[in-house]
Ligand binder design. Sequence first.
Ligand code: GAR
Length: 207
Amino acid sequence: MKIAVFVSGGGTNLQAIIDQIHSKKHEDIRIVHVISSKKDTFAEVRAKKAKIPVSIILRKDFSSLNDYDFALLEALKGNQPDLIVLAGFMSFLGKDFIHAYKNRIINVHPSLIPSFCGEGMYGLKPHEAALEKGVKIVGATVHFIDEEYDTGPIILQKAVQVKEDDTPFDLQERVMREAEQVILPLAIKLFANGKIAIEGKRTRISN
Ligand code: GAR
């Protein structure tokens, strides 16, 4: 199976996919393309080190979301990926892109959806909000993308305990390491093996 990974930042999730899937000879899943919505990211460095083709496609270079969608679709034409993985991708995808890859786009979000998600909740913000609310459990979610923010069918979630002295940075680091980097590669493998069925808002995972 061919996957394209969309990034915008540090690329720790991309690295987890490279290490746990792409570099493993026994896995029949390869990253064929990395697309970044930002310039000069560490994600780009990681992709190049793994010899994966990278395209930088900046949202600000396009006057409309339709044009941006079209540019992304054009960039993918050569490789025809089976699955798009949003791994810290900070740009919104429009209807055209989502329809072209219907039920074949997954996203990792740094909270237990439906808590601390939606427009504007990205990066460090869900962790700051979780500490402000005083919750004792946080975590990460992998879900399919639909046309709203963080509302598509949930594939996997993993919880992480909050410690009393945690800062937002501590939480971000632990949620990435203990949850995101575990469930994102797992969701990709489940998808590749045809183990995820979508039933309305719910998914059914088969063994
Ligand atoms: C990750 O925590 C990811 O869950 C989050 O951005 C970070 C990217 O880190 N994504 C979102 O907030 C999307 N709503 P990375 O570039 O090191 O993988």
